[in-house]
Design a protein around this ligand. Structure first.
Ligand SMILES: NC(=O)c1ccc[n+]([C@@H]2O[C@H](COP(=O)([O-])OP(=O)(O)OC[C@H]3O[C@@H](n4cnc5c(N)ncnc54)[C@H](OP(=O)(O)O)[C@@H]3O)[C@@H](O)[C@H]2O)c1
Length: 503
């Protein structure tokens, strides 16, 4: 299926190629694909930026980035030598028309030299404010090839700031690219465990019969980061946790966990089910949104050395009301999920780094054990770090008396399959070349996700003072605990110790 013989020749134009994403993720994605011989034979990468580089300077920069960011030192000379010859640089200002005219001429020359057949992929690794300008200019300046050729547009998140701006952005981009030419990135979707959600649910007879409100008590999705805003403060201060993580990554995870089985495993059928699910999530009014959400910001911790509060981070406003943590309760109005709360939280500077989906089962144990204090079964899908699955169940403690204890059964992805699973961006770059949009978000998915999240943004805007605070290194604000204690629930603490014992 991954045979490169089936891949069309193409040129990959990365706008914003001197930026952080290209250096940290994209170039290693290209490098790994090249190393595995999975790129088309006729293939070129054109880095576009405003820095005064030539091809050699840009190639050198990419080589340094590979050394710095790839986990295994991959810049072995022979492999790199072949890839570097396919890399070029074009200097332009995104805001100037003449840049696009010049770029088109440059692309034609590279296409002739490398026989890439006029097929073009434009990757916008740029600030969202450039999305409209670049797609407009690509069209009006004749850079989009069609007739017997293809052109594709890859867009990074965030797609809009709210429902209104996302619709406006989509309307603009759709004037220049058709929906099937647009690839909206949500790199979470390319993580192995995320793809494994569907396999776990539908390839095992064991779980699906229990995957409903008769057996499941509540579902929790947590994206906890132990780091703060780092070098992304200027961006983050404009967006916050709800827009940065919840609207895209976590709503996508929810749709995969909760959707009905698709008729087939292809992009169309999976997206159809995801959209149907998203449409059945309750869209709250402002009052209900306020009572079903918490937003908070991290402050300094006296227990942690060198700890500083969000407002003192370099690049943030010192009166900033941007949330670095948000927690929501969502409800799905369909037969399968009616009555099951979905708790979603994302935060920075939390106790440790962990992204998990936790399925908390109801107590449906036999009356035989009614005198025992049994734990309910829990299934944890661990997305990062140490991708894996844990199942908590009850067992008899050895001994003459009947004592019962909960134990954990662990599956660690790395331990079974090794560490060579592709990085998310590697998979996504390949899928764009293959024209497979399964792991990208279609417009109706994005639009429905904004419809769900918009009322929370609106209610927070109305009541600007309802920002809570939490100490760096904690598990978030006490208000988040109260949010779910209303339903007699507690947040599951993410599993800390690594379960991975590599053979
Ligand atoms: N970085 C990440 O980990 C990450 C993760 C997920 C999503 N994203 C998304 O990916 C996109 C890129 O992020 P990033 O972190 O790589 O951004 P970045 O480091 O700020 O890079 C932006 C790029 O755009 C170029 N640029 C800015 N204005 C320009 C202009 N007028 N003309 C020509 N070039 C111009 C910059 O050139 P100079 O180098 O000359 O400034 C740089 O190459 C954003 O949409 C972001 O939200 C990033």
């Amino acid at each position: 299926m991954n045979s490169k013989n089936k891949l069309d020749s193409c040129i990959f134009v990365v706008f914003g190629a001197t930026g952080d994403l290209m250096r940290r993720k994209l170039i290693s994605g290209f490098f790994n694909l090249h190393k595995k011989n999975m790129l088309p034979d006729n293939f070129s990468i054109i880095g576009v930026g405003r820095r005064d580089y030539d091809d050699e300077a840009f190639r050198h920069e990419m080589c340094l980035s590979l050394d710095e960011y790839t986990k295994t030192k991959l810049t072995k000379k022979e492999i790199w030598r072949k890839l570097r010859a396919k890399i070029y640089y074009y200097k332009m200002n995104f805001l100037k028309k003449e840049g696009y005219i010049g770029l088109n001429e440059y692309l034609k020359k590279i296409e002739l030299d490398n026989d890439t057949k006029g097929n073009r992929i434009f990757y916008l690794s740029v600030k969202p404010s450039f999305f409209e300008t670049i797609s407009f200019n690509l069209n009006v300046n004749g850079l989009i090839n069609r007739k017997n050729k293809f052109s594709r547009l890859v867009i990074e998140k965030p797609f809009g700031r709210d429902l209104f701006t996302a619709r406006k952005l989509n309307k603009c981009i759709s004037k220049h690219f058709n929906e099937d030419e647009i690839f909206r990135i949500d790199h979470y979707l390319a993580k192995e465990t995320v793809q494994n959600i569907m396999v776990l649910r539908f390839a095992n007879g064991l779980f699906e019969p229990l995957w409903n409100n008769k057996y499941i008590d509540n579902i929790q999705i947590t994206a906890a980061e132990s780091i703060g805003v780092g070098t992304r403060a200027a961006y983050y201060d404009q967006f916050g946790a709800l827009r940065d993580v919840v609207q895209n990554h976590l709503v996508q995870l929810l749709s995969l966990v909760a959707m009905e089985p698709p008729d087939s495993f292809d992009s169309y059928h999976i997206k159809k089910r995801k959209v149907k699910l998203l449409e059945s999530i309750s869209v709250y009014d402002s009052e209900k949104a306020a009572s079903n959400s918490v937003r908070a910001q991290y402050i300094k911790s006296n227990k942690l050395k060198d700890s500083i509060g969000y407002r003192y981070e370099e690049g943030t406003d010192n009166c900033s009301m941007t949330e670095t943590y948000s927690a929501l309760t969502l409800e799905i109005k369909n037969d399968r999920w009616d009555g099951v709360p979905f708790y979603i939280r994302a935060g920075k500077k939390l106790k440790y780094h962990a992204t998990e989906i936790v399925i908390n089962f109801k107590d449906t144990s036999s009356k035989l054990f009614s005198d025992f204090n049994l734990s309910n079964n829990v299934l944890v899908l661990r997305l990062q770090p140490d991708e894996g699955i844990h199942l908590l169940f009850n067992t008899k403690k050895p001994g003459n008396e009947l004592n019962i204890k909960d134990v954990k059964m662990d599956f660690c992805h790395k331990a079974v399959f090794g560490i060579n699973t592709p990085e998310a961006y590697e998979r996504l770059l390949l899928d764009v070349i293959k024209n497979d949009s399964t792991l990208f978000t279609r417009w109706d998915e994005v639009e429905n996700a904004w419809k769900i999240v918009d009322p929370f943004l609106k209610s927070w805007e109305k009541n600007k003072t309802n920002l809570s605070f939490y100490e760096s290194g904690s598990w978030g604000p006490k208000e988040a605990d109260l949010l779910i204690e209303k339903n007699s629930h507690k947040w599951n603490i993410p599993i800390y110790e690594s379960i991975c014992r590599i053979r």
